[in-house]
Design a protein around this ligand. Structure first.
Ligand SMILES: Nc1ncnc2c1ncn2[C@@H]1O[C@H](COP(=O)(O)OP(=O)(O)OP(=O)(O)O)[C@@H](O)[C@H]1O
Ligand SMILES: Cc1ncc(CO)c(N)n1
Length: 269
């Protein structure tokens, strides 16, 4: 049996709904063998981020080398990278190991408002990481930061997606979770064609870690050899099932239900 291997390079969420923990749960549910590089430890629950402790660069590089020198990976994603130094070190190692199927979730701010990426690190993201990516998955505020554009209309989104491809990304999914329209529209662009992936907005406050879970699902699918557009469609199904069947854990923005997709075999696309 060939085992698909998937790697996450991200921050730890003690609450288990986002970050490394969401990624590993998602990899497991989608039948990929999960591995992790921890870039920062957060003290976090459904009420917010209470502390951020970046791992020293040598510790991050040593974790990556431990995987690169032995196990390898079929796909990887990045999440919380926190500083330009971490972004540069991670980019250099991805390049060194010639890893492909690279999913960049440009995590910047947690739902409660805590900064998970320092402002000055956006340039390092653009210069070193985006050019290595198979797909970049910004939400609207992240796409605004990366492209330095205000995004209000669908046309604005398309222009921003084109800008990100110009920066060296192979494809982009601009996520539409933020906002209050009846439908959530994720815009996929592969450099040539735009595809709007639309689903009904689910009315819930339990959306902690939706972005992490979505990008982890794309990564697991790429690890198994699925092509990018289909990987994104499956990820949208996965996150939809996970949001629809909330667990009701915690007093604030609770985690999504990582079991739901496999248990229900939801297929809506
Ligand atoms: N209320 C919702 N109903 C249906 N789908 C949603 C909802 N909220 C988010 N999604 C889906 O979840 C995925 C992640 O989108 P979102 O815009 O929430 O990412 P994000 O802001 O990066 O998340 P995070 O806050 O975890 O970083 C997308 O596929 C989006 O369509
Ligand atoms: C560690 C971590 N990564 C990403 C997010 C974004 O959801 C978060 N809240 N925490």
């Amino acid at each position: 049996m060939i085992i698909a291997k998937a790697l996450t390079i991200a921050g730890s969420d003690s609450g288990g709904g986002a970050g490394i923990q969401a990624d590993l749960k998602t990899f497991q549910e989608l039948d990929a063998y999960g591995m992790s590089i921890i870039t920062a430890v957060t003290a976090q629950n459904t009420l917010g981020v209470h502390g951020v402790y970046p791992v020293p660069i040598e510790g991050i590089v040593e974790q990556i080398d431990a995987i690169g020198n032995d196990m390898g990976t079929n796909a990887l994603k990045t999440g919380m990278l926190f500083s330009s130094e971490i972004i540069e070190a991670v980019s250099e190692r991805i390049h060194h190991y010639q890893w492909d199927n690279v999913v960049i979730d440009p995590v910047m701010i947690a739902k409660g408002g805590a900064k998970l990426l320092q402002d000055e690190a956006v340039n390092a993201l653009i210069d070193t990481l985006i050019p290595l990516s198979t797909v970049v998955t910004p939400n609207i505020p992240e796409a605004e930061m990366i492209t330095n554009r205000k995004i209000n209309t669908v046309e604005d989104r398309k222009k921003a997606a084109k800008d990100i491809v110009q920066m060296g990304a192979t494809s982009v999914v601009m996520k539409g979770g933020h906002g209050s329209a009846d439908d959530v529209v994720d815009l996929f662009f592969d450099g040539e064609t735009f595809v709007e992936m639309t689903s009904p907005r689910i009315d819930t406050r339990h959306t902690h870690g939706t972005g992490c879970t979505f990008s982890a699902a794309i990564t697991a699918e790429l690890a198994k050899g699925v092509e990018i557009k289909q990987a994104v469609l499956t990820a949208k199904d996965f996150i939809r099932a996970a949001i629809e069947t909330e667990l009701g854990i915690g007093e604030g923005h609770g985690p999504t239900n990582h079991w739901a997709y496999k248990k229900r075999s939801v297929k809506s696309f």
